[in-house]
Design a protein around this ligand. Structure first.
Ligand code: TMP
Length: 210
């Protein structure tokens, strides 16, 4: 059986990537494609517990500890969900993946890139996205949305509470990733209606979709 396809959705909080992931999943399912959707941090029972720890504003993990937690959840997700789905020919869509660690822990928390890259490689065990989409939206607009959404609450807003400069550094780092790996990483303009962004998403996935 042919290996499946792996598409990852990236961007700062409030950029609309989750909405776009759901729109693409439904587009593919209407065409008879078997789709697995997942998210990071999370996607497994263990990963979802780690997610709660990572997002809790009461805790202050050091940058390296934050990275270890993310990579632990990632290793479990790759082994339990992503690699088996790809091996059985499925389409996997993930709301964030290893590039998030390069942008957040590398770009914004300033951990050495080689450290993040090395742990990413260990956790991903050879799994690399076929295409990564970075949804690019004005940072203040995105952050305003993220802070207002009903799912953002007192016990999960540790990243939303970071200052604007932090989110700008994340956005800048994402742009660098797209420049460094243009064949895999594409920037999608996330301004406009969900339908308009969906059309751009489909265009950015030319050659990857069935
Ligand atoms: P979400 O809001 O997109 O669900 O992501 C949860 C938070 O986790 C988000 O604020 C960014 C953060 N994060 C990292 O800092 N590094 C990572 O590698 C991942 C996967 C997420």
């Amino acid at each position: 059986m042919a290996r499946g396809r792996f598409i990852t959705f990236e961007g700062i909080e409030g950029c609309g990537k989750t909405t776009q992931l759901l729109l693409l999943a439904s587009h593919l399912r209407h065409r008879g494609v078997t789709v697995v959707t997942t998210r990071e941090p999370g996607g497994t029972p263990l990963g979802e517990r780690v997610r709660n720890v990572l997002l809790d504003p009461q805790l202050s993990p050091r940058p390296l500890v934050e990275l270890f937690l993310l990579e632990a959840a990632r290793a479990q997700l790759v082994a339990d969900v992503i690699a088996p789905a790809l091996e059985s020919g499925k389409f996997v869509l993930s709301d964030r993946f290893a590039d998030s660690s390069l942008a957040y822990q590398g770009g914004a928390r300033r951990l050495p890139r080689a450290t993040v890259q090395g742990l990413n490689e260990l956790a991903c065990a050879g799994v690399v996205p076929d295409r990564t989409l970075i949804f690019d939206l004005d940072v203040e607009l995105a952050l305003g949305r993220a802070r207002e959404r009903p799912s953002t609450s007192a016990d999960n807003r540790r990243f939303e509470d970071e200052v604007l400069a932090f989110h700008r550094a994340v956005a800048e780092s994402y742009r660098g990733l797209a420049l460094a790996e243009p064949a895999r990483v594409a920037i999608v303009d996330a301004h406009g209606t969900p339908e308009e962004v969906h059309e751009r998403t489909l265009a950015a996935l030319a050659g990857v979709l069935p």
